[in-house]
Design a protein around this ligand. Structure first.
Ligand code: DP6
Length: 329
């Protein structure tokens, strides 16, 4: 009745940006991401306690945060076909800055989905876990497995074909590096969930975004298969710019970049001219993630710091969400 899981966050190389179904979290387009180690979230779930209790990073979760967790566990009960599992206690702890533009919710909901099923006595099943994680947060479906995962948009209205599959494991490209540049530690003004809805509803470029992103996924897959850093880096930047352009064209406009973000992007280009292989991607926040290789990660970190990074986190391809024997309570 109790299980603990450690999961890593992921960074989208081809982004998910917009839902066709808000309740089931079904995307308009497919996306592709890389799991990031050593960053992680650990979550313990126990069923059969006196009352529901949710603690996230040392505070009692309230409102929509608590609701999202409890709703996911309701789906676990449905999958287990056992309403008698009783109330649940959840304790979750991440080892990286929340709301820093890194999708901490992705690792959190992936860990919750895998731990929830295990605590309910269900066997490991990456498809079922990915679908469950998706119900918490879309990008979470890509953190159930490690390496490079592709979230296939699916066609079915019930979402049963909308989950992530691993294309390559972490060992496929061990020298790949992602360097997270924390330029701003503040909470973002518009959360991804609201920003993408605004883009879907008001951006005249939205349909073009969907068509383009869907076509980029197989190309990204090919570049990863060949471990072609330049081709993947160029694709990543292009996809990030297109997601942000779609959002800038929304009403009201959504601008996630700040002055330091733009400064770093310009410097990146100068570095490339000097032969340093480094590209960026950017989620719905001001903190870019730099894509490079092991031989150039020190140069990428130095570049981020010279451009005002308050903190830099160097990441390598991460592994699957895994069950742990030590619980958080
Ligand atoms: C820009 O998965 O956080 O990071 O499904 O509403 O919870 P919800 O959104 P979320 O959005 C992630 C958006 C992104 C791109 C990506 O990770 O693919």
């Amino acid at each position: 009745m109790k299980a603990t899981v450690l999961a890593h966050p992921n960074i989208a190389l081809v982004k998910y940006w917009g839902k066709r179904d808000d309740a089931l979290i079904l995307p308009h387009q497919s996306s592709l991401s890389l799991t990031l180690s050593p960053l992680s979230v650990t979550t313990t779930v126990e069923f059969g306690v006196p009352t529901d209790a949710v603690e996230l990073n040392g505070h009692v979760a309230k409102g929509s945060e608590r609701e999202r967790v409890l709703r996911l566990l309701e789906s676990v009960r449905a999958q287990a076909g056992d309403k008698s599992l009783g109330p649940a206690k959840v304790v979750s702890r991440g080892d990286f800055p929340m709301a820093a533009g890194l999708a901490s919710s992705a690792a959190g909901f992936a860990a919750l989905a895998v731990a929830g099923r295990a605590a309910a006595g269900l066997p490991r099943d990456t498809k079922a876990e990915s679908i469950l994680a998706r119900l918490g947060s879309g990008s979470a479906c890509r953190s159930v497995q490690g390496g490079f995962c592709e979230w296939q948009r699916g066609e079915r209205p019930d979402g049963d074909d909308s989950f992530a599959v691993q294309r390559f494991d972490a060992a496929h490209w061990p020298e790949l590096r992602m360097v997270v540049a924390i330029l701003d530690r503040g909470e973002k003004d518009v959360k991804s969930r609201d920003g993408m809805r605004q883009a879907v509803e008001t951006s005249p470029y939205y349909a073009a975004w969907v068509k383009d992103a869907e076509a980029e996924v197989p190309r990204a897959r090919e570049h990863i298969a060949r471990r072609d850093l330049q081709a993947l880096g160029e694709l990543c930047e292009r996809n990030a710019w297109r997601m942000h352009s779609t959002s800038l064209a929304a009403e009201p406009p959504l601008c996630y970049l700040n002055a330091a973000t733009v400064g770093l992007i310009h410097q990146l280009r100068e570095h490339r001219k000097k032969g340093v292989p480094v590209w960026f991607t950017l989620d719905a926040g001001p903190n870019p993630v730099l894509l490079t290789d092991a031989a150039n990660e020190v140069a990428a970190e130095a570049l981020a710091r010279a451009c005002g990074a308050l903190d830099v986190i160097r990441c390598v391809p991460g592994g699957d969400a895994t069950l742990k024997t030590e619980h958080l309570f």
